[in-house]
Write a protein that binds this ligand. Structure first.
Ligand code: 7TS
Length: 414
């Protein structure tokens, strides 16, 4: 642990020590201090991550696994160190169960394409839930179309939780693909429980962990999932990076989804045999700088007590929820018992886009719209929401600034 982090842990949660590590937090937006509440879209990056990425280019830039030369060896070692850091972080058994991708979207497309080919035939079913991001809907729709299978949906309740009495498992269900945490509602889903039910029926399980990895301690062995997908850029890492974790024996059975360099063993014009894991699924030159930055982001997180971070973010959520609900006509979409720091709100007579624009003028960054969850918007009968999503560097004072901004916005817009 770095000495700074050690001091922070000893003192309790020192948000100022954390904030000092994020250079962007010193920026002014429209002449106001930046209040960044769009972490579910992408989180900000600590200096260590930015430095690690640029140090690769400045000192060891070379392609990986190719050359015998010194730089290539160093680049390969740095990339593989990141793989080991991530293995440890999510408690995978083996480093080669960690496949690098460009993000959650790519990870799920890999899973859907490859599992579709391996498992799906006419009449089979894939189960997702009613709160999925489009990235965990459309790839499965494409796979279903390709193989003549059908998509089934777990309904959700008015509080924004799965209705576990209505899980549409049948004898034909082959795959369960579900989000660990909802990007729009903040709901922490009981994935372990549902995975256990699916396993008993021989259903392969895929978890979209895009919104869970930045906030929760992840243990893929404890969850019991077969595949687990996430993005680096939502967890303090660089954009263009992501991971698909997979159980070794399943990954060995899955066909590759992209062909090219690095994923082969022997190529002839008649037949190609494939490389061992993880390279079978990593065709072409990876985002080496990004992967090195991703490793640094996870080492940075590991320097802190993740449960203290989660507890701190929860205080932001509780405070924001309480204060926002004092505003007349304001409704929070997503009131599950277990939530991360995400608040989606709608206000009678106020359009989310107008509110988002007014908040932006005050330096407060939120996201507005459907958040790539159109079926969920339809369920709640709204066209979009204004969403604030918190990270470890946000403060109560920032929440208060947002609440004041929303109040001001309501006065002006209603
Ligand atoms: N799954 C979930 C649950 C997500 O929240 C997102 C991105 C994705 C998949 C896709 O991740 P990507 O890194 O491949 O783009 N969610 C959001 C969001 O809530 N606002 O912007 C992006």
């Amino acid at each position: 642990m770095s000495t700074k982090a050690e001091a922070a842990t000893k003192k309790g949660y020192d948000v100022e020590e954390i904030r000092a590590q994020f250079p962007i937090l010193k920026e002014l937006v429209h002449g106001k201090p930046l209040v960044y509440f769009d972490n579910a879209a992408t989180s900000q990056k600590p200096r260590r991550v930015i430095k690690a990425e640029s140090a690769y280019y400045a000192t060891i830039n070379a392609n990986v696994h190719r050359g015998v030369h010194a730089l290539s060896t160093k680049a390969t070692e740095a990339q593989e160190a990141a793989r080991e850091t991530i293995r440890k972080h999510i408690n995978a058994k083996r480093a080669h169960e960690i496949i690098f991708t460009s993000g959650t979207t790519a990870s799920i497309n890999l899973a859907a394409t490859s599992l579709g080919q391996l498992l799906l035939k006419k009449g089979d079913e894939v189960v997702i839930s009613g709160m999925e991001h489009h990235s965990n809907i459309v790839p499965w729709q494409l796979a279903c179309e390709r193989h003549g299978a059908t998509l089934k949906v777990i309904p959700i309740t008015d509080s924004g939780e799965w209705d576990l009495r209505q899980v549409p498992f049948s004898d034909k269900t082959r795959i369960l693909a579900i989000s660990h945490v909802s990007n729009t509602l903040g709901t922490i889903n009981p994935v372990k429980k549902l995975i256990a039910q699916a396993k008993k029926k021989g259903i392969v399980t895929v978890v979209d962990g895009a919104q869970a990895v930045p906030h929760l301690k992840i243990d893929v062995q404890d969850l019991g999932c077969d595949l687990y997908a996430f993005s680096g850029h939502k967890a303090y890492g660089p954009t263009g990076t992501g991971v698909l974790y997979g159980r070794e024996d399943l990954l060995n059975q899955m066909p590759p989804w992209q062909g090219g360099g690095e994923m082969i063993d022997v190529v002839t014009f008649e037949k190609t045999t494939y490389a061992k894991l993880p390279f079978k699924f990593e065709a072409g030159t990876p985002h080496i700088a990004g992967i090195i930055g991703l490793g640094e982001a996870f080492r940075w997180m590991q320097d802190y007590d993740l449960s203290a971070m989660a507890a701190y973010e929860h205080t932001l959520l509780e405070h924001a929820t309480k204060e926002l609900l004092t505003i007349e006509g304001l409704r929070i979409i997503g009131t599950a018992k277990e939530k991360v720091g995400v608040i989606s709100l709608v206000i009678d007579g106020v359009h989310h886009y107008d509110l988002g624009t007014l908040l932006d003028q005050q330096g407060i960054a939120v996201r507005t719209g459907h958040h790539c969850t159109q079926p969920l918007m339809e369920h709640f009968g709204v066209s979009g929401t204004t969403r604030a999503s918190f990270a470890c560097f946000n403060t109560i004072a920032e929440v208060d600034a947002m609440v004041a901004g929303v109040k001001k916005g309501v006065k002006m817009l209603r």
